[in-house]
Design a protein around this ligand. Structure first.
Ligand SMILES: [Zn+2]
Length: 265
């Protein structure tokens, strides 16, 4: 790691630390934190006890590092600086400026695409399962299927989840509600030689009836929720979401026997 720096002059090394950091391989999930944000002590509250060599690390991150240190110490300060940057990053990305920068990266698919087939390559967002460091590594959230995934690359898989935090991805959609993808009724239906797998079909029917009940109750309060398939009738290979009662009872009568059996009734 340190060899990379020796080839450059000291001023190159100290002038562009954040620039170097966000453009390094493996750091693609991070956005560049504004200098203004980093130099406002209020934003760094509590981090002095979390980060070793705090002042040197901060100097390095804010490009005013000036210490004649041996390689060993330099490496430790470098490590501390990366940790500090990550912890500040989690705070920065929920600010207006930070959200806008991460939104930009999301739109460019910098965080990858959802591996779920039915999500059709929807862009992902980085997130943590904990807000405290050293608890879990970064995960990727898909707003379409609302599930989380492990990063594909090992370079990303070792990043601390606390550098993104548990709330950022949800705040992004609160601030930019129009970005929320339309919810879909489509789901994978297991089949054996073309026949629906009984247990899975029974579970799917139960989930459908719960959803219909909920939509009905929401309707009573004047709230309606549309799924992407309900807005136009392009998709015809789709049997869910029928609003009329006769069609539904017909469907239940058609394969209800097997479903009841599998549910253990
Ligand atoms: Zn997905």
């Amino acid at each position: 790691m340190m060899e990379e720096f020796h080839s450059e002059t000291d001023s190159d090394y100290t002038s562009y630390w954040r620039d170097w950091f966000v453009s390094s391989r493996g750091n693609e999930y991070f956005c560049e934190i504004d200098e203004d944000y980093l130099t406002d002590r209020f934003n760094l509250t509590g981090l002095n006890t979390e980060v070793s060599y705090y002042q040197y690390a901060l100097d390095l991150v804010t490009d005013v590092f000036d210490l004649d240190a041996d390689d060993d110490l330099r490496e430790q300060i470098e490590k501390a600086a990366r940790h500090l940057y990550g912890l500040v990053h989690a705070r920065y990305i929920v600010t207006t400026r930070g959200l806008a920068k991460m939104l930009d990266k999301y739109k460019k698919c910098d965080f990858g695409k959802c591996p779920r087939v039915l999500c059709e390559g929807h862009p992902l967002l980085p997130m943590g399962q904990h807000d405290l460091p050293n608890m879990s590594t970064v995960k990727l959230y898909c707003p379409k299927c609302e599930d989380i995934y492990n990063p594909k690359s090992s370079r990303h898989a070792s990043i601390d989840g606390a550098y993104f935090g548990t709330s950022f991805h949800s705040i992004l959609f609160q601030v930019y509600p129009a970005l929320n993808p339309e919810k879909s009724l489509r789901r994978y239906e297991p089949r054996i030689y073309g026949f629906k797998v009984h247990a899975a079909a029974a579970l799917a029917r139960w989930q459908d009836s719960c959803r219909e009940d909920l939509q009905e109750r929401l309707g009573e309060f004047g709230m309606s929720h549309k799924f992407v398939e309900e807005s136009d009738s392009e998709e015809e290979n789709f049997e869910y979401g029928e609003e009329n009662e006769p069609a539904r009872t017909e469907k239940v009568a058609g394969d209800g026997a097997s479903g009841r059996m599998d549910l253990g009734n």
